[in-house]
Write a protein that binds this ligand. Structure first.
Ligand code: F6P
Length: 496
């Protein structure tokens, strides 16, 4: 990984994540088109402008003259468009593309990034933390794994070096996620003056699962993370699992502070965005597609919106819906499962296979039960945020049934946006369950029969109860807005 020139010297607050707040598409004519990103991480960190003003208020006198402390977001170039943008700008992206945010995009060689991101982060660490290995043949930690691990180290080192270059004296650095677990330790060695935090957006595996990693690797990961002053998790469950891993592997967490910072829905943004004309248009089209039942009233909807991600458990959700149609034939013609499953990590064969399986099963259900006027499953796979919001608005029932999930923001967003109130069928294994469980219908994500029964209960819930539960869900879902999530961590890091 080549040395980079220093573009923004002396930032006070730095954020580091694999995926940045913007991505670029490269046209055939060589033109670059910037697209601002979404997702939990992006919405949380989009509070950075506000947070740096907050940081200034907290630490009077440290900000720059315009009232904003200097903040830089360091991220990786992820595709050809990103790489081209990073090359053309020397890594310092045009603020016109980033909503004014200073972003440094690292042009890490593509084979190094692929081995670190696809090989280690998404095929090993993601699988460990979500406990996704399901066959006796996986995982295998062999020479190929060791080679990829070398790339993961190099990729983490490129971030640590860039952060060390960019950070002003005593700056606060907030490192994100399992992609960058080694960065805190590496950065500490380069810049002992910095305040360093790491935040895990995923679950954390219990020691008996985590320790399937080779001993030296498990130790290196935990030492890398405990190089931080402060480690953040989405729930107590994940923080406790991390502590337990440290106790077994390292004998403790050293002097590192552990904190729990829940991330909630951005109510103001969602309510405003979901009322715009593009969402209205898609809502009308969806209503048309869902249609009316035999009695002439609008059919009920069971909505899910996910990346097509193994941990989201979309296939068992479809199986539960099929079981509902078998066990409760009275729902035939009267309900539609609106399933949005957007492409994710398609470089990995197992994700491509899972995506195909979701499509196959949806078709099978439609072939088995569908009639001339009724399509039981409406599956959309093209990512469209406005259409997702339209589905949130019309949801009667929201289905969120992950095998394991750090938080799950969809579970929090739907009750905020839904027009008529919705019943939430929620996996007990989602981090969001800690906050929403008492107002949701809880399911064991592996129990397809139990999920089918919960769907029936959700569909038959009386209007009054549904309204009351939706109100409680929305209140819990918005109690921890992204800006607060960010500011609380920054304040704790500064003051700790
Ligand atoms: O922590 C999980 C996470 O990084 C989320 O922030 C995000 O929703 C998701 O994974 C995206 O994954 P990817 O960047 O691999 O598409």
């Amino acid at each position: 990984v080549s040395e980079r020139s220093v573009v923004h010297a002396g930032a006070e607050v730095l954020v580091a994540s694999n995926r940045g707040p913007v991505s670029y598409a490269l046209g055939e004519d060589g033109a670059l088109t910037a697209k601002r990103g979404g997702g939990g991480l992006v919405s949380g960190l989009s509070a950075i402008g506000q947070s740096t003003r907050g940081a200034k208020r907290l630490h009077e006198g440290r900000g720059s003259g315009d009232g904003r402390a200097d903040a830089v977001w360091v991220c990786a170039a992820l595709g050809e468009g990103d790489r081209e943008a990073a090359r053309r700008t020397g890594g310092a992206l045009d603020p016109a593309d980033t909503g004014g945010q200073r972003v440094r995009m690292l042009d890490i060689p593509s084979h190094v990034h692929a081995d670190a991101y696809n090989g280690i982060a998404n095929s090993v660490l993601w699988f460990v933390h979500h406990m996704l290995y399901q066959t006796p043949l996986e995982p295998v930690f062999d020479a190929e794994f060791r080679r990829q691990w070398g790339a993961y180290e190099a990729y983490n080192h490129a971030f640590a070096q860039a952060l060390a270059d960019e950070a002003g004296r005593d700056a606060a650095v907030l490192v994100q996620d399992y992609h960058l677990a080694l960065v805190p330790g590496m950065l500490r060695a380069l810049r002992p003056d910095l305040k360093i935090a790491h935040f895990s957006h995923t679950p954390w595996a219990p020691p008996e699962y985590f320790r399937m990693l080779p001993d030296g690797i498990a130790e290196q990961l935990l030492r890398g993370m405990t190089g931080a002053d402060q480690l953040g998790f989405l729930t107590h469950r994940w923080a406790d699992a991390f502590s337990a891993c440290c106790a077994e592997v390292l004998g403790g967490t050293g002097g590192t502070r552990l904190g729990v910072y829940g991330l909630g829905a951005d109510a103001g943004f969602l309510r405003e965005r979901s009322r715009r004309a593009d969402v209205d248009e898609r809502l009308a089209a969806l209503r048309e597609q869902i249609g009316t039942g035999p009695d002439g009233t609008a059919r009920r909807s069971i909505v899910r919106v996910d990346r097509t991600e193994l941990s989201k458990n979309i296939v068992r959700g479809l199986l539960a819906y099929r079981e509902l149609l078998v066990d409760r034939p009275e729902w035939r013609e009267r309900v539609v499962h609106v399933a949005f499953a957007y492409p994710s990590r398609q470089d990995l064969a197992v994700y491509r296979e899972y995506t195909a399986e979701v499509g196959r099963l949806a078709e099978e259900i439609n072939a088995e039960f569908g009639t001339a006027g009724w399509q039981p499953v409406v599956l959309h796979v093209k990512d469209d945020f406005a259409r997702s919001l339209a589905a949130y608005r019309l949801a009667d029932v929201a289905l969120v049934n992950p095998i394991r999930d750090g938080m799950n923001l969809v579970a929090k967003e739907i009750p905020v946006v839904s027009e008529e109130g919705c019943a939430l069928v929620l996996s007990r294994e989602a981090g969001a369950h800690e906050e929403l469980g008492s107002a949701a219908l809880t399911v064991n994500p592996y129990d397809v029969g139990g999920t089918a029964r919960a769907l029936h209960e959700a569909l038959t819930m009386k209007a009054g109860e549904r309204a009351e539960r939706t109100e409680r869900l929305a209140a819990a879902a918005t109690a921890l807005p992204p800006a607060r999530w960010f500011l609380d961590q920054l304040a704790a890091l500064r003051e700790g």
